[in-house]
Write a protein that binds this ligand. Sequence first.
Ligand SMILES: [Zn+2]
Length: 256
Amino acid sequence: MNTCSTCGFVVRIAEHSESDKLVTFYSPELGRITGIAKGAQSSKKRFVNKLEPFSHLRLLYRPPRDPAGLYFISEAELLCAHLPLRMDFRRYAAAMHLCELLLRFTRENDPDPRLYALLQWALTALCADKAPQKIMVFFHLRLLAAIGYRPELDQCGLCGQPVSPGHAYALAPGGGSLACNACNPLAARVSPRLSVQTLRLLASAQSTALERLTRLQISRQGVIEAMDALHYYTLHLLQQDIHSWTATRSLLAGAS
Ligand SMILES: [Zn+2]
């Protein structure tokens, strides 16, 4: 079988047997794939410093014979290591969290160039920007939109009135739309609340082009509200917890 080549980002690495590694990779043409790198733990030569989380690589691979099987990774060329993500714990936590979200919300062999572009934007922005919590919030918001679960943040989902000062808002139970305090006073007790200022910023982040997204500024309180609301909605969608959430929230919500 012929050897093929693709570029993409490492989103998960796991040791496999005594000498191999399992690499989960997101590529524009293949989507999320998992491959085995034989001898990656023992023979360092072909893979040294390459098979690391968040690395941008060109892989040489052979596809699996069976669609559910593993790709066979024969070689890797490092395009960008994204080193700043491994040298700063807050950036690392944010990158781990967004990779976990991508893993949970995607299937193998289901490529989506928008998700690839979003991942590329987020990892690059995390390396350069001093506010990892902001990048993480925007990534989460845009990921939900790309997979068809864009939350409705500019109007109350019950009365249809646009978000306006003087009202209080919370995510409606379930989380895909808002409930204003006039429509559902109970929502605010069970769901994360979102201030008008945060809602306006998030609505703007939903429509701003990726290359201009890092210019948007969000307050510390806005980050906390957004992280909690997006997490609440995500739990409802996945019906299971996100492993990296507790550590990520305490690290990033406490930082300015
Ligand atoms: Zn309403």
